[in-house]
Design a protein around this ligand. Structure first.
Ligand SMILES: Nc1ncnc2c1ncn2[C@@H]1O[C@H](COP(=O)(O)OP(=O)(O)OP(=O)(O)O)[C@@H](O)[C@H]1O
Ligand SMILES: [Mg+2]
Length: 471
């Protein structure tokens, strides 16, 4: 049997993951083998303190091709040790590491160097630039070590320097650059090597906050453009959440949770993780897709004005979302306009469909939704890249998500749309007085409803108001 993968599902591939880490232990100290046996049997880091430090305990995960995999944890939790084993700078005490299908644990130093050169580059926290070399020579350094001819390495270094925004700075010395620019050189040097995998250990931690955010944004751009696999270490939670496709949270040498930012935020594995994430800036982590609710007042355009009116009456809303084929969002219709259509015997909705409703994509950050939300009385419609309606984000949901408050209403749907101000009787009467033998008129139980004078008056008043506001 075949199936069609979702639009954004990874293309099925037989290629191995970028990195495979299996039962990895790193113990610094005496009798390391014995220490690992005891860790396997359940000993804690503290119990082995007499022998040394269990820096990484039973790490087991894959890093997928093209993802930004963040390792996060407090100081001393084992992040740097883990990343150093990934590129073979440290030999595991036990366990294996495989890079793009090639095992790098237990191989000869020469083969290891070869795999590293072809597969892995590293960006360091303190830039590690050569002070007496120009920006260009620093960027070309890895290529020089590889013996790439001068003309070619100069060309490649120029290209990556331009890519990281340093065109024109090629002949400067590192001392002439700001911190952010130095790290751009560090990044350019890693990119020039053209490896699939970038390892970044606290690479942005020495930068001040504005520059740091700029670098984070650029890294995401680069990643999307170049498709690199990035392992990024940080102890900054907001950075982890902003960058990470997935995040591994380390505590005392163990990975205590591995998941997306949303999973970690909304379902922390234990109290340690929960405490860790309580201060996170949710507005910059959660996206529309994390808080979207099912839209209830939705109809197909082909169902026509009477169907719209019935939905408004049944849900007591003043607005209904109208979708076309494939659930593509066409717009919204409002109660007054629909009433007019029905009264005038118009059978298509087209002329009443408006587009004055807020719409966002599923990846929009909640911080960007706030402004949108206050500009409209309607919830924010969430559509995919083919304009298909995924659902809505009512303002209460948005505010609750930002405040980390549950919106679980015990099965009661959240009231998502403005309440209609037109009396129910007016809807019902209009449907009956214009009935043409459809289901509504044969329903029977409402057949005797008469027009309440106040309702009609209010409707006229409403019409007059809307007329005035159009004038
Ligand atoms: N070469 C070493 N020899 C002995 N102990 C080490 C060595 N490297 C790291 N450690 C110890 O292993 C533990 C994990 O250190 P690691 O540097 O991996 O932590 P980290 O999470 O990167 O911390 P930070 O956020 O401070 O960089 C620490 O207790 C550290 O002292
Ligand atoms: Mg470290």
């Amino acid at each position: 049997m075949t199936h069609t993968p979702a639009a954004n599902a990874p293309i099925p591939t037989t290629e191995p993951p970028a990195l495979e880490v299996r039962n990895l232990f790193k113990f610094f100290g005496r009798r390391a083998g014995e220490a690992v046996s005891r860790l396997r049997a359940g000993a804690t880091r503290d119990e082995l303190a007499g022998l040394g430090t269990a820096a990484v305990i039973d790490a087991d995960f894959d890093v997928r091709r093209g993802e930004i995999f963040v390792v996060m944890g407090l100081s001393g939790s084992g992040k740097s040790t883990l990343i150093r084993t990934l590129n073979g700078l440290l030999e595991p005490t036990s366990g294996t590491i495989t890079v793009a299908g090639e095992r790098i644990s237990g191989i000869s130093p020469k083969r290891l160097r070869d795999v590293r050169r072809r597969r892995i580059s590293m960006v360091f926290q303190h830039f590690a630039l050569l002070p007496h070399r120009t920006v260009l020579d620093n960027a070309a350094y890895a290529l020089e070590v590889q013996g790439v001819p001068l003309a070619e390495r100069t060309e490649r270094a120029r290209t990556v320097l331009e890519r990281v925004g340093l065109a024109g700075w090629e002949d400067k010395l590192p001392d002439e650059l700001s911190g952010g620019m130095k790290q751009r050189v560090g990044l350019a040097r890693a990119l020039a090597a053209d490896t699939d995998i970038l390892l970044m250990d606290e690479a942005f931690s020495a930068l001040d906050p504005l520059i740091r955010r700029e670098m984070q944004e650029q890294l995401i751009e680069l990643q999307q453009e170049l498709g690199k696999t990035i392992v990024f270490i940080t102890h900054d939670l907001n950075e982890a959440m902003f960058l990470g496709d997935r995040i591994a949270v380390m505590r005392d040498g163990r990975i205590v949770q591995l998941g997306t930012a949303e999973e970690i935020l909304t379902d922390p594995a234990d109290d340690y993780v929960a405490q860790f994430v309580q201060d996170v800036d949710r507005a910059r982590v959660l996206t529309a897709s994390n808080v979207v609710e099912q839209a209830r007042a939705v109809m197909s355009a082909s169902a026509g004005p009477r169907a719209a009116l019935r939905i408004m009456r049944d849900l007591q809303t003043s607005v209904v979302y109208v979708v076309g084929g494939g659930r593509r969002l066409l717009g919204v219709v409002r109660d007054r306009d629909v009433l007019k259509l029905v009264r005038n015997g118009v059978t298509t909705l087209d002329s009443a469909i408006g587009d004055d409703h807020p719409v966002v994509g599923p990846d929009e950050l909640l911080s960007d939704l706030l402004g949108t939300s206050v500009e409209s009385d309607l919830p924010i419609a969430v559509v995919d890249d083919q304009q298909r309606l995924l659902g809505v984000v009512p303002r209460v949901t948005l505010l609750a998500a930002l405040g980390n408050v549950s919106t679980d209403t015990g099965g009661q749907p959240v009231i998502e749309l403005p309440h209609t101000t037109i009396p129910m009787d007016v809807f019902t009467e209009t449907l009956h007085s214009t009935a043409d033998g459809d289901a509504e008129s044969s329903a029977g139980h409402e057949a005797s409803v008469t027009v309440p004078a106040t309702g009609a008056a209010e409707l006229d008043e409403a019409d007059a108001t809307s007329e005035r506001s159009h004038a």
